[in-house]
Design a protein around this ligand. Structure first.
Ligand code: ZN
Ligand code: ZN
Ligand code: FE
Length: 758
């Protein structure tokens, strides 16, 4: 006999991993034990050497679909005289912090069961097992067991209880285990004044959808608004009622094959689409996709996702066509999640609500991902990922709460050697969003059993997240510069210590010189940063208004590039804007009245996009920038000229020559795709030149590409290609490049700044 301790790290908790190991051990004839530990699972296995080898090989080869083994370490231990293999409970070792896993998409076994009329769970919308089902969104406390979930009010029937108690069963200790006899049930509420016929809520909802209706559907982390994605009138109706002009809607499809009919899907995109986290994946829409244009009117991308609850599977089976599935809210308010709240807030938006009596404990929006220049990247990290921990390569001294930014807010709690992002809160612009933010922080603190007394926040005094931090009593506050936080988040994702050259390009972030930053090259460690280069500022006439009326930025670029006297035919590039409005903006810029200076690379995209694409207005953040990326003509390889002013520190990139060259092109009726390509190429070239020059000064450090602008594939891929032969280039993957990712960096910077002083 030989004894081995096998320590496994990765996604191995809350996914039925221990029972699966147990069954494997029994099958191959291994004795010993398996238990959760703070970082994963530990197995102590005893058998002959050949059996142990087979055991380890099978552990790695046939692992559960929802599990992910990141690391497996074996050490020899002395033999013990055992006669069985057992599962040790987590409670016995007092380990709680990790006990609530993220929500998991319905597994194949459960899906087959609900579609098989011989099964007792045929058609049952709340079917789950240890490998799938709700987790985080139903947890009300710790440790994660049924009593501390919103399933506590449902008493398991004898059949379900038998499954729950049988270690050989796939529902052994599946906390939300339920069946039609004992579990939650669906109902349909009509909001259009008609009486509910509701003998079969699901069939009625499907019927309504097929006739072009809008149905709110209660999901895992909140309500969706659904309608037939092939029916233009239905999608238009939803847009009008939801007050959403052009921002793309996500579409749920019944199967991978159905997704392939709508979009071009490469292997790495397929992996995202079918992962247990089931994010929305941004894909290139096929020309012949039978989708209503109203789904994503101004982009060639479409966000698709596969069903992740039994209810979704059943609904898609019944409707048999793709469904728009968008968060149920008005404009940018937080997603609805309570039955009464949904009835109230969705009146006049949805014709009916398909709901059920299993409460949602924690709101959690869908996650959004995209393969960006070869790297699968989370753009919004929420359902399916929260509250999965990040392991830190250097533990924090004391627990820290980091409040995140303003748009696409998420917060983060770091403790010991782990950090946890909260769910996507959204734009902190409304009271409802602030309530959600505070409630989610409370909930995460409860789940993690921690109340950090160090609170990190952005330097922007106006952000509600900053005001929240400053209103907290008895905590130590640490203000963190926005782009420093972006860079350190990315370092943390890669487990990097030391110093990197951060390239932080985004729309906006509070700078320490009174301008808004967003084109920053920063020499960064966790403790400090040094600003080595930036972009020439642009005046945003009207402040935030310029982000929607992007022609104002376009005009500011012209005004600057031509020393206050842009050629008259260049003004016509701004489209249908009245000369009176233009004159007003000119005055604001010249008199520096409500025209703050912004250096964000994203603002250059907005401004040049307005000029080149004739898009005077943007109805959602980044709209023009996204369109601008997509039109770029890949066969154009030359770049517009630029200058770098090295006369003072930080160096300043001057894109006025690029603007003038673009205007010349546009006056000569050069296609927008060529202008876009030359502008992108200029940004790639100037960034590579800066990096190389700074390397010569400061040594060849790894380069960290971060900020929302790096959702632009052309830029991310182009810069990486230009510089990666010299040193490592860090890109985002599990931590979003945009402001949804900065809280992690804030936490680590606060810890580093305070050191042991805390
Ligand atoms: Zn299952
Ligand atoms: Zn039951
Ligand atoms: Fe940012």
């Amino acid at each position: 006999m030989a004894g081995h301790r096998i320590e496994i790290r990765g996604t191995v908790q809350g996914v039925g991993f221990r029972p699966w190991v147990y069954r494997l051990a029994r099958r191959v004839g291994v004795v010993g034990r398996v238990r959760n530990d703070p970082r994963g699972v530990t197995i102590e296995a005893f058998a002959t050497k050949s059996i142990l080898d087979r055991f380890v090989a099978e552990l790695q080869r046939d692992t559960l679909p929802a599990a992910q083994i990141a690391e497996l370490r074996e050490t020899r231990i002395p033999d013990e005289n055992l006669d069985a293999f057992v599962i040790e409970s987590s409670d016995a070792i007092g380990q709680k912090a990790l006990s609530i896993p993220p929500d998991l998409a319905t597994c194949e076994d459960c899906r087959n069961e609900i579609l098989d009329r011989h099964e007792r769970r045929f058609g049952y919308a709340f079917t789950n097992c240890t490998a799938c089902g709700p987790r985080f969104t139903i947890a009300t406390g710790i440790p994660y067991d049924r009593a501390a979930t919103t399933m506590s009010g449902f008493l398991m029937c004898a059949a379900c209880k038998a499954e729950y108690d049988d270690v050989q069963d796939r529902r052994f200790h599946a906390q939300p285990n339920a069946c039609p006899e004992c579990g939650p049930a669906l109902s349909l509420d009509r909001l259009d004044g008609r009486a509910a016929t509701a003998i079969n809520a699901l069939a009625d909802a499907a019927e309504l959808l097929s006739r072009g209706g809008v149905v709110a559907v209660k999901g895992l982390g909140g309500f969706h608004l659904a309608c037939d994605a092939t029916d233009g009138a239905a999608v238009r109706r939803l847009r009008e009622r939801k007050h959403r002009d052009e921002k793309p809607f996500a579409v749920m499809v019944g199967s991978l094959a159905a997704a392939q009919a709508l979009a071009e899907i490469r292997a790495d995109e397929e992996a995202l689409l079918t992962a247990a986290e089931r994010p929305v994946v941004l894909l290139r829409r096929r020309e012949d996709a039978g989708l209503a244009v109203e789904v994503s009117p101004d982009t060639s991308l479409v966000g698709l996702f596969l069903p992740y609850t039994p209810l979704h599977h059943l609904l898609l089976e019944a409707v048999r066509r793709p469904l728009v599935m968008t968060s149920a809210n008005v404009s940018d308010e937080p997603i609805c999640y309570e039955n009464d709240e949904a009835r109230e807030r969705l009146e006049g938006i949805a014709d009916a609500i398909l709901l059920h009596n299993r409460e949602i404990a924690m709101r959690c929006d869908d996650s959004v991902s995209r393969v960006i220049a070869g790297v699968p990247t989370l753009m919004r990290r929420s359902r399916g990922f929260v509250p999965r921990p990040f392991y830190l390569s250097r533990p924090v001294t004391r627990p820290v709460l980091a409040c995140g930014a303003h748009l696409k807010n998420t917060f983060c709690i770091a403790m010991g050697d782990t950090a946890y992002f909260g769910p996507h809160i959204g734009d902190l612009e409304t009271v409802a969003a602030l309530d959600f933010f505070e409630e989610a922080i409370e909930r995460m603190q409860t789940i993690l059993e921690v109340r950090p007394d160090i609170v990190a926040h952005d330097l922007h005094p106006g952000y509600l997240s900053t005001r929240y931090a400053k209103a907290r009593d008895d905590v130590t506050l640490v203000g963190v510069q926005h782009h420093h936080a972006h860079v350190v988040s990315l370092m943390a994702e890669h487990g990097m210590q030391g110093t990197v050259l951060g390239v932080a390009y985004d729309g906006t972030g509070f700078g320490e010189d009174g301008t808004s930053w967003g084109g920053e090259l920063l020499l960064c460690s966790a403790e400090r940063y040094e600003r080595l280069a930036t972009f020439r500022p642009i005046r945003l006439a009207g402040g935030d208004l310029a982000m929607r009326e992007v022609w104002r930025i376009g005009f500011a670029l012209l005004h600057d590039a031509y020393d206050g006297a842009p050629p008259s035919d260049s003004i016509s590039l701004l489209g249908d804007v009245s000369s009176k409005s233009i004159e007003l903006v000119k005055q604001m810029i010249e008199r520096e009245l409500n025209a703050p200076q912004a250096r964000g690379v994203g603002r250059y995209f907005d401004g040049l996009g307005a000029l080149a694409l004739g898009r005077a207005r943007s109805t959602y953040e980044g709209q023009v920038a996204i369109a601008w990326d997509q039109v770029a003509n890949e066969s154009v390889s030359d770049a517009y000229p630029f200058e770098i002013d090295r006369s003072h520190t930080p160096w300043e990139v001057d894109l006025r020559p690029a603007v003038r060259a673009a205007v010349d092109d546009l006056r000569a009726a050069t296609p927008a795709g060529d202008v876009s390509a030359r502008f992108h190429n200029a940004l790639v070239a100037v960034t590579a030149e800066l990096v190389k020059a700074l390397w010569a000064d400061r040594g060849e450090l790894p380069v960290a590409l971060t900020g929302g602008v790096f959702q632009n594939a052309w830029l991310a891929g182009g810069i990486e290609k230009e510089i990666s032969n010299k040193n490592r280039v860090l890109r985002h993957s599990e931590v979003p490049p945009g402001d949804g990712g900065i809280a992690l960096g804030q936490a680590l910077i606060a810890d580093a700044i305070l050191g042991d002083k805390g």
